[in-house]
Ligand binder design. Sequence first.
Ligand SMILES: Nc1ncnc2c1ncn2[C@@H]1O[C@H](COP(=O)(O)OP(=O)(O)OP(=O)(O)O)[C@@H](O)[C@H]1O
Ligand SMILES: [Mg+2]
Length: 545
Amino acid sequence: MSNVEDNQKIGTIVGGALSSGLEVRLDSDYSVENLYVGDGITIEGREKRYFGIISDMMLQSSDSSIRSLPPNSSDFFVTSILSGTSAFTILKISLQLAVSLDTNIDEFDKLSLDNISFGPATTLPPHFSPVYRATSKDYTEIFGSEDENHGWIGTPKGRDAEVKINLDLEQLIKRSNGVFGKTGTGKTFLTRVLLSEIIKKDLGVNLIFDMHRDYSDSVNDESGKKINSLKQIFPSKVEVMSLGKSLNKGQVRPDAEIMVSYNDLEVQDIEILSETLNLTSAGLLAAHALDRTYGDKWLGLFLNMEPSEDKENPNSLSAAAERTGQLYTVLHTLWRRLEILKKFEFLQQNPAEESIKRIFTSLERGKHVILDFGTHQSNETAYILVTSLITRRIYERWAEQDNQLVIAIEEAHKFLNSEVASQTIFGTIAREMRKWKVTLLVVDQRPSGIDAEVLSQLGTKFIHQLEDNRDIDSILAGSSRDLRSVVSTLAPKQQALVIGHSLPMPVVIDVRSNDTLANFINPDKTPNEITNIERDNDDLFGEKK
Ligand SMILES: Nc1ncnc2c1ncn2[C@@H]1O[C@H](COP(=O)(O)OP(=O)(O)OP(=O)(O)O)[C@@H](O)[C@H]1O
Ligand SMILES: [Mg+2]
């Protein structure tokens, strides 16, 4: 790792354009091996100071004979002479921000950040302006220090661990955001960092649909080390609710078991399952007809019907076909395909407690809720059904609330692919900017599987390594082309390009390790003990009081 505090000049502006990027000739005494695509740099112009990122690096030569007759690489004397003259390195810089030098950057320590007026770089630094590698002071200047709104998420790529990138989380959660990357790149681990910072700083409430039990209980990282769950870190702030009967294993016991009433299910909740359950459009029209005829209770009644053609039997599908004006065969196919729902013990005709109200009340009281899919973990039908049903109900009731609600969903393409995004509640939330105090935190492996309009509405995107060009194209649509090479040089894990409205310029981060989140708190401890450990955690991890 290189020291960021050295304010050493690394090169000189020699050409380029605002649109395609600036060209910097690297000083011959600065090793190209110290630099990365995605590294932050600063440029001292005459009137302004500029900030940018390295988008590419090229080894060039001004003498064509070097290509045809390269010197012997063991001849140190000749190679070092050529390296200073006709063989050199060009850095491509994507210019991002500019600040007027009148602000007296040297006096930065004495100034409050508000006094420094960054703007997008719309002018060019002149020829031969000196270029430096961004220092930790530069990063703090741009991204802010940790405070009641700014949360620590990582370190600039390849830099010393003490250089922290702090995001304005209050800004972040005002819009829907996305975490992307192929499998195993660290999406869930980064999401845990984001959620824990939002929880720690009390900036909003989170509702987390935990399909794979990633957030409710501790997990092992790849080296086998135990990573604490959000419930273990913040026992008094987080409630875990199990969908249906709790699994009764692991270290965390759920605070409640959630049952869902058939009456809460609407046709649109069934519509979103059409691909998973292979429902036809005729079947969906029939579902609407059943809803019109039988009202709220339609699904419970329908699933209890007998699949018989006996019209005399009032509870037969045949009688229902006649009442609703649908074909028997269509109703029969729909019945067969929806029959799987009967296996879900969490779906009940008259559950003892209104579960959605239970979740709502906890969120309203400022508690963060993790819905653990328990025995239904990784069951796609249960996940899609329950997630969309609960989100719709909570969203409808959240209008009066002051607190910002963040709904975290993994495998977001199931709700936001272009076929369903216009009909689902998630599509509505993602597109409806700022109108409601509800935003999404979507996590997905394949951004190309998500509706383009929804992607374009995401405020901030955390992009881990992606291999498929379609994924890279869709996630970077509308962003500068330079960022493509930045994405293509990301490490296979724990590293992400962060772009969007909650940060002044794109940055590549080594994501903060989940080890640093906080002390383990055993939820079985008494409330007093928990408060004491939480206080220690705050002291240890620098929470502002
Ligand atoms: N910030 C981090 N701190 C510590 N370890 C990490 C971090 N990010 C990633 N890792 C390591 O990488 C592994 C994979 O991370 P993670 O489970 O978050 O991947 P993912 O992108 O969610 O994968 P999938 O798409 O399969 O769910 C973790 O088990 C852990 O070992
Ligand atoms: Mg994951």
